[in-house]
Structure formats: C-alpha cells, structure tokens
Design a protein around this ligand. Structure first.
Ligand code: HEM
Length: 316
C-alpha cells in the first residue's frame, strides 16, 4: 500500500467507527516508540517468580511450570481458531493442528528439565512447602483435553456405560477420569487437591465443557470432507497429537515424578496425595482423544509397549 492508499484505509477504518481519523493520526505522532520490553511485557513476566523457600532449584520448578502454562495457552489459542470457525477450510484445520502438535512435542521433549534439572535433596524439601499444590490443578491442561475430544473419552472407564450425551454436565464432571486422583467413589469424599481445584475452577470448567461440546477438535475433524478425514497425512497428524499428549507427555511426566518420589529420600507420596503410580500411568488411564483413529490392537496395547524402554504397569 502506498501512502495515499494507507491514509485512505485509515480514514475508512475510523470513519466506520464514528471516529475522527485525524485525532488518531495525531495520537500516532505522540505515541511512545515500541520496544521489545513493551510488547513482550518482559518486566511483568520476569516479576512472576516467587520462591516459597530458599532452595535455588525451587526456581527451576516454578519457571518450568510457568513455561508449560504459556505453551498450554498457545495450544488453546490454536485450538480456539479451529473451534470457533464455522465450516473450517481443511487446510486451516491442518495448519492449526500441526501447530498444536508441535507445541506438545516441545512440552514432551523438554521434560528432562524437570527430571534432570533439580537436585533430589532440594526437591524433597521444597515439595513439603508447596504441599498440597500439584500440577494436577492446572486448569489449562484440563481445558486442552476438553477442547480436543468428546467428553465421553475423558470419563473414567468404570462409568462410561452409564453416561451419554444427555447426562447433565455436573454429573459428567463428577465422573471425569481425573477424579480418581482424589475421590473416594464409595463415600464421595474428596482430598484437598480436588476440593481446592474445584472450588477455584469447577464452574469455569463446566462452562468450558458446554462451549466445546460441539466444536472440539474431534467434532471439527468429523465435519471435514470425507477425503480429508481419510487423508493419511492428516490422520497421522491427529494420531501423533493423541500419542504425544496421552502417552509421550504422560510417560515423561511419570518418569520425572518417579525420579524424585521413588528416590528413597523422604516419603514417596505425591504432594497432591494421589495413588500416583497407578494414577499417572497411561496403561491405567487409557486416555485417548481419537479412539476411532487407532486399530483394535493399538487400543488394546495403549501405553503398554508403544514406547521403547518404558516400563509397563505390571513392571512398576
Ligand atoms: C518433578 C516434577 C513433577 C512431579 C514430581 C510431578 C508429580 C505429579 C503427581 C504425583 C501428579 C498426580 C497428582 C498428585 O497426586 O499430585 C501430577 C499430576 C499432574 N502434573 Fe505433575 N509433576 C511434576 C512436574 C509437572 C510439570 C512441570 C507440569 C506442567 C504443568 C505438571 C503437570 C501436571 C498435570 C497436568 C497433572 C495432572 C495429570 C493427570 O491428571 O493425569 N507436572 N504430577
């Protein structure tokens, strides 16, 4: 656009808003020049690391969690662009899915920052100060799951037969797989991990479930033309994403947790208090976003030996 066209476009934009374009041009004249630290909000970002102990490695723990939350936000941003577009073009679907997938690859591939990046002795001390907080209470992680698949795929296996599309959201929420981390299903009693989490996020998450009920990634995929749904590259990308979130990341997380909790130093309990060996293993949870894209054998063996070198549940 040349200068004349630019000015014309500016006039058009502000006149459409009932604003005087000259005032905005004058505003531009007086505006501060843009800087890196302004657009990236560096000062605010670097002011968010508050240690609760004097142990230096607590800083690694805090910052890596924050990096995860930022990437979770990037993932939700991309899913949102698929979900909130009516009649999405297949190429746009693929573009955003690949972005989401790459971000989760980063998360999975970087988990050694946790496993190798902290002294066990320090971790075993500062975890006591942070109890009963747990990454389990990450609402964005739950949102990613809810935005990726149909709710039924996130319901605890034991209750799936009694839950369908007509089940009230509240009831579905009470039977999400993650309840197993802290709920006694016989008495309904929940541990502090869950009580605190739900007090803060339950309402928000139920609203989120309603929002994504018909626009989650799986539903959007099913709305693509059949040729795309059968396209090998796209199906592989969907499978890759499913595998990265529900096996790769889960196993990296599991092994990092085991390095500390099974170190023989301090007690082996999770800060959140779950029966974590069982709770965190994909073989037990069998979380799968897109079950229709896996063969019967792959489904049967989910989390058992899909990744070389990882332990099976029976070996724990
Ligand atoms: C040494 C580092 C870590 C340890 C020992 C650890 C341990 C655990 C444990 C034991 C649980 C089960 C719930 C509980 O009882 O607390 C859990 C859940 C969880 N953690 Fe971590 N974690 C670590 C790092 C992280 C990081 C960096 C994140 C990134 C945000 C994270 C996110 C989560 C999430 C999302 C869950 C819930 C997963 C699910 O429901 O399957 N964790 N963690």
């Amino acid at each position: 656009m040349n200068r004349k066209e630019l000015l014309k476009a500016i006039d058009k934009k502000y006149e459409a808003m009932g604003q005087n374009p000259d005032v905005h041009l004058s505003g531009l004249l007086h505006a501060e020049p843009m800087t890196y630290w302004d657009f990236a909000q560096v000062d605010a970002l670097l002011g968010l690391q508050t240690q609760r102990t004097q142990l230096p490695d607590e800083m690694v723990f805090i910052m890596y969690h924050q990096i995860n939350e930022l990437l979770f936000k990037m993932i939700l941003w991309e899913i949102g662009q698929v979900s909130h577009e009516e009649n999405i073009e297949p190429d746009k679907f693929v573009k955003h899915l690949m972005r989401v997938s790459r971000y989760f690859d980063v998360l999975s591939g970087s988990f050694d920052v946790m496993g190798e990046g902290m002294d066990v002795d320090q971790y075993m001390k500062f975890r006591d100060t942070l109890t009963p907080a747990s990454g389990f209470q990450s609402a964005q992680y739950r949102q990613i799951e809810i935005a990726s698949t149909e709710l039924i795929n996130l319901i605890d296996m034991r209750f799936r037969d009694n839950i369908d599309r007509d089940t009230p959201y509240e009831h579905a929420f009470e039977h999400m797989y993650w309840q197993a981390a802290g709920k006694d299903f016989k008495t309904g009693k929940k541990n502090a991990l869950l009580v605190n989490f739900e007090k803060r996020y339950k309402k928000e998450l139920i609203d989120f479930m309603k929002d994504y009920n018909k626009v989650n990634l799986w539903t959007k995929f099913k709305q693509l033309p059949e040729s795309y749904q059968k396209n090998v590259d796209l199906v592989n990308a969907m499978r890759h994403y499913d595998h990265t979130v529900n096996i790769d990341w889960v196993m990296h997380h599991y092994h990092a947790a085991a390095k500390y909790l099974d170190s023989g130093k301090g007690n082996a309990e999770a800060t959140g208090g779950s029966d974590w060996h069982k709770y965190m293993h994909p073989k037990y949870q069998r979380r799968i976003f897109f079950p229709e894209l896996w063969s019967e054998d792959e489904l049967k063996n989910w989390g058992i030996d899909n990744i070389e070198g990882y332990k099976t549940l029976s070996e724990i």
